[in-house]
Design a protein around this ligand. Structure first.
Ligand SMILES: NC(=O)c1ccc[n+]([C@@H]2O[C@H](COP(=O)([O-])OP(=O)(O)OC[C@H]3O[C@@H](n4cnc5c(N)ncnc54)[C@H](OP(=O)(O)O)[C@@H]3O)[C@@H](O)[C@H]2O)c1
Length: 335
């Protein structure tokens, strides 16, 4: 079997560290793995498949000989190096939002539109927003039963969605509360311990945040449905890991709860987790450190015609970022 030379840009962060784990777990066919980050991390040692790797400086020319570069850094860093990565001959699979809405760059959730990844022409493939991936994997089966016209969603987003520094701040604030010490937020706008913050991203003229508009804009591109409407409220919650989403999904045809449950149970990437009599429903503690999107609380919506309401949770560092990117690379290898 052919083996590939892979690089990770942002290897010291929340997503980059998870990519190293996921590549090993999935037995990705690797010849060499190279790790890149800022000068803050240069020289740090990381274990991969029983070997010790050293983090190198992300810099122009560093990508020579690589087949894939997995992007796990900010928009600015992705934009800075994208051309150089592509010119070196590698495919850049990026987790930032820098290229997601470029019409010439595929935006891919492999369970839904792997074919788009295979049609990439610019050498860049974008990984969607984490809440968007989790929600779309959960409703993919519904969309196959009857085209989705709209989604009313609220997200409950874990602190690790803001990077490795997010859970550290939550932990420090919890300790400060116990010790009666002062709290000065730095990662989040306000204290996140014992709180919820209804702002992720910056506010737009329409009153939504940048994060909230991603589910509609990216959802249209992934589902090939330019008419999809999504109203979304994104909330940061004091959870370490795994995003949760409440979604009311409006479809063209009226669906029964039973057919939706059967379709979700059979759908790739999903786990039907819905037995309310026995208090079985998805929760972040249940869905962390694995790759499936758990779907439960499935019911006929009582406000909208032709609508199903559900609750889903998924590990946004894995399926919402690291694993999704590696699945894209696997789809390209299969091609
Ligand atoms: N966290 C999630 O759940 C999640 C989900 C989906 C998508 N994403 C996206 O994935 C990307 C990474 O997020 P994250 O949560 O992993 O962030 P993070 O924990 O803050 O990590 C950022 C990474 O970028 C590196 N970096 C910073 N400046 C750099 C530079 N000038 N040159 C090279 N590398 C640099 C950092 O290296 P140093 O440690 O050396 O500073 C670190 O490895 C972001 O675009 C984010 O929006 C994150």
């Amino acid at each position: 079997m052919k083996k590939y030379n892979v690089g990770i840009l942002g290897a010291s962060g929340a997503v980059g560290r998870e990519m190293i784990k996921v590549l090993e777990e999935r037995n990705f066919p690797i010849e060499t793995l190279k790790l890149f980050a800022s000068e803050r991390s240069v020289g740090k040692k990381v274990e991969f498949c029983g070997k010790e790797l050293t983090i190198e400086l992300a810099d122009y020319g560093a990508w020579a000989g690589l087949d894939f570069v997995l992007g796990a850094a900010s928009n600015a860093v992705a934009k800075q190096f994208a051309d150089d990565i592509v010119k070196s001959g590698a495919v850049f699979i990026d987790n930032s939002s820098a290229f997601r809405m470029d019409p010439d760059i595929p935006l891919v959730v492999p369970e839904i539109n792997a074919e788009d990844a295979r049609n990439n022409k610019k050498g860049i493939i974008a990984n969607p927003n984490c809440s968007t991936i989790i929600t779309l994997v959960a409703v993919n089966a519904i969309n196959k039963l009857s085209k989705i016209k709209g989604i009313v969603a609220s997200t409950y987003q874990a602190t690790s969605g803001a990077g490795a520094a997010g859970p550290v701040e939550l932990d420090e604030q919890m300790r400060a509360i116990i010790n009666g010490a002062d709290i000065t937020p730095s990662v989040f706008q306000y204290q996140i311990a014992e709180n919820l913050i209804p702002q992720i991203g910056s506010f737009l003229d329409n009153g939504y945040t940048t994060e909230e508009m991603k589910m509609q804009n990216e959802g249209r591109k992934i589902l090939h449905n330019p008419d999809l409407k999504v109203t979304c409220t994104c909330v940061r919650v004091p959870v370490v890991r795994s995003h949760s989403i409440s979604a009311t999904v409006v479809t063209e045809r009226k669906l029964t709860v039973d057919e939706v449950k059967a379709a979700i149970a059979a759908c790739e990437g999903c786990k039907l987790y819905d037995d309310v009599e026995n208090k079985i429903y998805p929760m972040p503690l249940v869905t962390s450190d694995q790759d499936l999107v758990f779907v439960g609380r499935i019911r006929e919506d009582i406000v909208h015609d032709n609508a199903i309401t559900l609750w889903c949770c998924g590990d946004q560092v894995r399926k919402g970022a690291a694993t999704n990117a590696i699945q894209i690379a696997e789809a390209l290898i299969e091609k």
